[in-house]
Design a protein around this ligand. Structure first.
Ligand code: SAH
Length: 354
């Protein structure tokens, strides 16, 4: 604890901030790099063998270990691993480890719960509890690497929460995860997905971070989008797609659009044609990609998934209209794959202990 009775969150500090801390403890600055590298491997202070004992003792006194612990783990037959992580205050979040030919990717959460209220999503059913700290986002990757014994080379921010609703912590997390003395994951291997918080998109465009921005679009008219995504009542499709075009002009980074297919609601041939027209109108000449996802059915909700064939037909139709689209493989479909379901099941169990 420090003099204000607060504990420090070491894993949220950048190396230069750790340097300042070391200096304030009368230690040489190079200790900061050692500490940062240890932390990024999931080694806590008491095991930092190359640090002097008195420094370890001091750090143990002032800081708390916020590395998430594995509360539950579901392993899918395709090798996908879904984690339920426990945080220091007892809250739970989810991450999903996925194997691709180009390397391992972790899908991470950015908040405990979610305030956005999308009607097809399990993560938002109980609302938002709190923001995740930078260390708690980073810690999901470190804890998963440690548990799997494998390196993670890509990150998608598509787990529980809305990253742009936790803007400052997310930016700091990105700086931490990219740092050469830490996990050193390239910005180009990181995707950030948003339901469409326009001011956040505008701010992100100025950060000069070459990450991939994903936009959860899911509908082509304001009426339909507002019905399934309350955020659309604040920032409609025109504001959102104008911000996307400006983002591309500023960053030169290809934008990807997520489109969750909800059977009988947004998946007709006419919807595909309207989607292509909409994207051409706002994003003409810019590289874009559409990811089609068959909705993971959430039992509290009425949305239903269509067939795989109809998803592929939707993709082909987009293709014939000049829009690059793929149907997202459903990794881990035999585990509780819809984000938020594992956390919800756990919360219910803890409400009514058997
Ligand atoms: N809040 C951010 C990131 C988290 S959601 C966002 O909205 O983009 C990650 C992606 O999963 C989003 O595209 C979201 O719309 C989608 N999604 C949420 N629930 C889903 C479900 N039940 N089935 C399919 N996709 C879902």
């Amino acid at each position: 604890m420090n003099e204000n009775g607060q504990t420090m969150d070491l894993m949220s500090l950048l190396p230069e901030e750790l340097e300042a801390l070391c200096a304030s403890l009368g230690q040489p600055r190079y200790r900061a790099k050692q500490i940062f590298t240890f932390l990024s491997r999931g080694v806590w202070v008491d095991e930092m063998s190359s640090l002097p004992k008195d420094l370890r003792a001091k750090l143990s006194q002032i800081a708390e270990n916020r590395l998430p612990t594995v509360e539950e783990k579901q392993i899918s037959s395709d090798g996908t691993v879904k984690y339920l992580f426990r945080l220091l205050d007892g809250e739970c979040i989810e991450s999903v480890f996925m194997r691709y030919e180009h390397g391992n990717t972790l899908c991470i959460s950015s908040e405990v719960g979610c305030p956005m209220g999308c009607t097809f999503c399990a993560s938002t059913l109980g609302g938002k509890v709190r923001d995740l700290l930078p260390s708690e986002m980073l810690g999901q990757i470190i804890a998963a690497e440690k548990d799997m014994g494998e390196r993670i080379s890509g990150v998608v921010m598509m787990g529980i929460g809305e990253p742009l609703d936790n803007y400052d912590n997310v930016i700091r997390f990105l700086q931490l995860v990219n740092h050469k003395d830490g996990l050193c994951i390239g910005y180009r291997h990181i995707s950030l997905s948003t339901c469409g918080l326009v001011p956040g998109i505008e701010k992100l465009a100025n950060e000069d971070l070459p990450i991939t921005l994903s936009i959860s679009l899911h509908a082509v008219t304001d009426e339909k989008r507002s019905a399934i995504m309350p955020v659309n009542r604040r920032y409609g499709i025109d504001a959102l797609l104008s911000a996307c075009a400006a983002y591309y002009r500023k960053t030169g980074r290809r934008i990807s659009f997520e489109y969750t297919l909800l059977h009988g609601e947004n998946d007709t041939d006419e919807d595909a044609a309207a989607l292509a027209r909409l994207l051409h109108r706002y994003m003409r000449g810019m590289p874009i990609h559409v990811n089609l996802i068959r909705v993971n059915e959430v039992k509290e909700r009425t949305h239903r998934a269509g067939t795989r064939q109809s998803a592929h037909r939707f993709a082909e139709l987009l293709g014939t209209m000049g829009v690059n689209a793929t149907v997202r493989r459903r990794l881990g479909s035999d585990v509780d794959a819809a984000c938020g379901q594992l956390r919800r099941a756990r919360a219910k169990k803890e409400e009514r202990p058997s």
